[in-house]
Design a protein around this ligand. Sequence first.
Ligand SMILES: C[S@@+](CC[C@H](N)C(=O)[O-])C[C@H]1O[C@@H](n2cnc3c(N)ncnc32)[C@H](O)[C@@H]1O
Length: 222
Amino acid sequence: MKINERLKKIGDLVEANSFCLDVGCDHALLDIYLVKKNKNIRAVASDIAEGPLEQAKKNIKRERLEKEIEVRLGNGLETYTDEIDTIIISGMGGRNIIGICKNKPKVLKKVKALIISPNNYQEDVKRYLCSNGFYIENEEFVKDKRFIYQIIIFKKGKKKYTKKEYFFGPIFLVKKGPLFREYYEREMKTREILISLLPKNYYYKKYITKKEIQMIKNEIED
Ligand SMILES: C[S@@+](CC[C@H](N)C(=O)[O-])C[C@H]1O[C@@H](n2cnc3c(N)ncnc32)[C@H](O)[C@@H]1O
């Protein structure tokens, strides 16, 4: 089955011998890719909605992977069971991801690794998870069609990050590279447009946004 660049990159970041829970699996293409990689990865594909899960079941059956991939219906981390060591949540808004994590703090205590790819509010996700028992082990960008996505790997542990590290991502800041530049050039343009659209009296928002633009300029221009 054909998988897009974004899901493939997420799949390639999963460690061998992992037992994964894919929250919001939709069509389960990621889970199919994972178990077919021959890295002894097992997967539970879960979703809150029956429609996507029906499609997931069909895809899994077509690939004859019913024994390898279990399908579970449920909200967020409700579908977690103790054998799972890695949770993947991708393709959702950052606020939704934080909500899913907040609902099940006990699961966060048990699980070893989180692979998270939020569509937005990435900084909030990093701040939330790093205040709740995790540190950022790795960060990767992936470009799929014309979009650039962040993928963040959280592991159990404690690390302190500066405001700048939360904003850009502590690993991204060290690695940088062409996608870093492209991603933050776009972020800068979005903020410039925002400033031009904000009503005159939004002084504070304008002030913060200008500061962020300056911060981005400093990082991508050296
Ligand atoms: C845009 S799709 C992303 C699918 C896939 N994870 C990806 O990265 O392409 C979002 C999926 O998350 C599911 N979803 C949204 N909120 C959820 C929640 N609280 N618990 C489980 N699944 C959820 C939706 O039903 C949908 O199938």
